[in-house]
Design a protein around this ligand. Structure first.
Ligand code: ATP
Length: 298
């Protein structure tokens, strides 16, 4: 039926003003031999089978058939301004049938001035479900941090840590999980929009309070502190400091036992080392420093 419609458009200039769904209003389809001929009587309504919105190319083929009059072939549908597109989605985009990402992006920018993260997540899902966003993955990547603030707060409360900043990987995973739940309530899935899938691993990033506490230090403050106390190390502390830091920096993984009489500056020394080793949280999973031991390891 569809290929005969292309054929009809090649032969009959009158048919070319009609969209595929409208063609039965003016033409009748004959099965043997397959062809369309001018309608002589009766009023009919044409319909094209429903394809759920999503990322499959058939969905975009259907969109082209409902909006482009008189195509003569599949290639013709995929050609826009003389350019043969790589798929139907690109053709829809070039013809302006999909919402340019700038539009939902602008909506996000407006709403984030007053909306809470939960509202922004719902808005994102509404935009996906009810609009034809050209690139949902890109829209997600540029906005997911806006959706995540409350998850960091909740994780901090769960761990009983004030001003806790959860790792990005954990936050992104929480956002994905929540968006997945919202999409399910619309009978849609992450895969429909080419969005990333949640992982089980990310949750473990905030499951150990001790490690989270150590990862949550204020890096700038630690750097200032390090410079300040480092300059005051005495000779013995300097020797111990250099031995330990050489091992850490060269990855020698030596084990040190720091001993001395009470009040001779052991705690002062390892606080200096800890402050010196402070790194931004994104970089320090492999360098978590635990102070809560009689000796300490890095
Ligand atoms: N290089 C230094 N410059 C200035 N103050 C120092 C220095 N080293 C140690 N101190 C100070 O000396 C005091 C005792 O140091 P510290 O607590 O590190 O000793 P300690 O060996 O850990 O003691 P304890 O074994 O009893 O725990 C602290 O007030 C500390 O700030």
């Amino acid at each position: 039926m569809l290929t005969e419609y292309f054929m009809l458009n090649r032969k009959d200039p009158e048919a070319r003003s009609l969209m595929y769904a409208d063609i039965p209003t003016a033409y009748t389809f004959h099965v043997r031999p397959k062809h369309w001929s001018k309608r002589k009587q009766g009023n009919v309504i044409g319909r094209i089978i429903f394809i759920p919105p999503g990322t499959t190319d058939v969905y975009f083929l259907r969109m082209l058939l409902t909006k482009v009059p008189g195509p003569t072939s599949f290639e013709d549908l995929m050609t826009v301004n003389g350019k043969l597109c790589k798929d139907y989605k690109e053709a829809c985009m070039l013809r302006g049938f999909l919402i340019d990402d700038g539009e939902p992006e602008a909506t996000m920018i407006k709403v984030r001035q007053w909306g809470m993260p939960a509202l922004l997540r719902s808005l994102f899902v509404m935009i996906l479900v009810h609009s034809e966003v050209a690139d949902p993955g890109k829209l997600f990547e540029t906005n997911w941090k806006l959706f995540a603030d409350d998850f960091s707060y909740q994780a901090g409360r769960g761990l009983n840590l004030q001003h806790f900043q959860a790792p990005d990987e954990y936050l992104k995973n929480q956002v994905i999980k929540h968006i997945e739940t919202l999409l399910h309530s619309h009978f849609r899935s992450l895969a429909d929009f080419g969005l990333p899938q949640p992982t089980d691993y990310a949750h473990s990033l905030v499951s150990n309070r001790l490690i989270c506490e150590q990862l949550n230090y204020d890096v700038c403050m630690q750097k200032r502190l390090a410079d300040e106390i480092f300059s005051a190390l005495n000779r013995g502390q300097q020797d111990a400091y250099h031995s330990i830091m050489t091992s850490v920096e060269q990855g020698l993984e030596k084990f040190f036992f720091l001993y001395g009489h009470g009040g001779t500056g052991k705690t002062y020394l390892y606080n200096t080392i800890i402050a010196k080793l402070a790194k931004p949280t994104t970089d320090c999973l492999g360098r978590c420093i635990l102070r809560h031991c009689s000796h300490f390891t890095t």
